[in-house]
Design a protein around this ligand. Structure first.
Ligand code: SF4
Length: 51
C-alpha cells in the first residue's frame, strides 16, 4: 500500500510517484553527523533506492 500522505520531492527514487511516496513503509534516520537533529535537513529517508 502506498504512503499517500507522505509527500516527497526525491524524484530519482524508485518509490517516488507524483510528488508522493509509493513504498509500503519507509525508514527515516538522523543524518548530517549529528545525534540530536533540530532541522529537517538533518534527517534523511534511508528507504531511498535509485531508479
Ligand atoms: S522511499 Fe523515501 S525518498 Fe523514496 S519516495 Fe519514499 S519517502 Fe521519498
Amino acid at each position: 500500500m502506498a504512503l499517500d500522505n507522505v509527500k516527497c520531492t526525491v524524484d530519482s527514487c524508485k518509490y517516488w510517484k507524483s510528488e508522493h511516496c509509493n513504498a509500503s513503509a519507509i525508514e527515516v534516520n538522523v543524518d548530517a553527523g549529528v545525534n540530536d537533529p533540530n532541522k529537517a535537513d538533518m534527517t534523511n529517508c534511508h528507504t531511498f533506492e535509485r531508479k
